[in-house]
Design a protein around this ligand. Structure first.
Ligand code: GTP
Ligand code: ZN
Length: 338
């Protein structure tokens, strides 16, 4: 199956039969600054959000995200996205260091496969823990995938696996290059909507190509930066149910490599609830509102000392905590449902 930068199988006349003023609901498969590719029944159409969607934005940067179900009016060129239907879930981050608005990365997914690699680029606990925290905020199940285990002479994979299984996350090891772990990955993705999310160059496109015979562009690793070159530039919703029954209902979302991921909509007091490994200790500190950062009698600190909480997880927690705002004093925040 060939997928190119534009949706490959757009029919010559993609506009479905319609009566004037009619609308249809479709799935957003891809977008750029101007418009989105929306899957309506069997046709992919190009549609642009109507102005009113931008008026209602508040502090959200993008009104529409890949995975959204949208109501499209079947008139005009391009066609217009009139409404975004309520989302089951979505993952957001702070847009950029210059723009504090919420950027919605994708919506309506079953799970996030957080892809990282050994060798180049190397594993980053800090990046991993941010995204795991964001997934927990949105209650999206997350799986840690360690790719390039063929490049693991130092046995780093084992320590990473221990840390994250200990924190309650499933961990899967693969080598797209040597075909290791691919059947487990295929089973994990089967029948679900899964986002492959991770830094540039970890092998997201290579894994999808190896599994499904896609022809996504694969990048080279820059020798200087030891990282990828952002070969994938847009997120894409890719249904895999074209090859027959086995993959019916399977959708993968390929995403561009993450540069910087800052948590959106989380304050200092909420972060502790986004670390499932802290949960048994959160209520046992001397101070009920302990930030687990500097206070005496901190149960989380003691759990790190005794090896019950991983030191790298704790370190990433403290680093993220430093970036977050304090909670509004008079608003009692409840997150997430426990
Ligand atoms: N040794 C080894 N190299 C791999 C493996 N998987 C991917 N690579 C290589 O890693 C490089 C980057 O792979 P991509 O699939 O483009 O990575 P990506 O995560 O899709 O990158 P972006 O599209 O930039 O986000 C390529 O040179 C691949 O050949 C693996 O399991 N082992
Ligand atoms: Zn504490």
């Amino acid at each position: 199956m060939e997928i190119d930068e534009r949706a490959a199988d757009v029919p010559a006349d993609p506009t479905p039969q319609h009566t004037p003023g009619s609308t249809a609901v479709g799935r957003v498969m891809r977008g750029d600054a101007k418009a989105y590719d929306v899957l309506l029944d069997q046709a992919i159409v190009r549609a642009a959000p109507r102005g009113k969607l931008f008026e209602e934005l508040g502090d959200v940067k993008n009104p529409v995200a890949v995975g959204d179900l949208v109501r499209v009016s079947l008139e005009g060129d391009p066609l217009g996205i009139e409404e975004v239907l309520p989302r089951e879930n979505s993952l957001s981050k702070v847009s950029s260091s210059h723009d504090p608005r919420r950027q919605v990365l994708f919506a309506n997914v079953d799970q996030v496969i957080l892809v990282s690699s050994l060798g180049k680029p190397g594993f980053s606990s800090n990046r991993t823990d941010r995204i795991l925290a964001a997934c927990r905020l949105e209650e999206i199940p997350a799986v840690l995938l360690l790719n390039k285990i063929d490049l693991d002479p130092g046995g780093e994979a084992e320590a990473i696996r221990e840390t994250y299984t200990g924190a309650g996350y499933p961990v899967l090891e693969t080598s797209a290059e040597q075909g290791i772990g691919l059947e487990e990955l295929r089973d994990l993705l089967h029948g679900k909507v899964s986002v492959l999310y991770g830094a540039s160059g970890v092998g997201k496109s290579t894994l999808l190509n190896a599994l499904y015979g896609l022809q996504l562009k694969v990048g080279k690793i820059s020798r200087y930066w030891s990282s990828g070159k952002h070969t994938t530039t847009f997120s894409r919703w890719i249904p895999i149910d074209v090859e027959g029954e086995r993959e019916a209902g399977t959708v993968v979302v390929d995403t561009p490599g993450i540069r910087v991921f800052r948590l959106w909509g989380v304050n200092r007091r909420q972060l502790r609830h986004l670390y499932p490994d802290f949960e048994p200790y959160n209520t046992k500190c001397h101070f009920p509102n302990c930030s687990h950062d500097h206070e005496p009698g901190c149960a989380v600190d003691a759990a790190v000392e005794s090896g019950k909480i991983s030191a790298t997880r704790y370190l990433s927690y403290v680093e993220i905590l430093d970036e977050l705002d304090p909670p509004p004093e008079d608003i009692e925040t409840v997150l997430p449902p426990e």
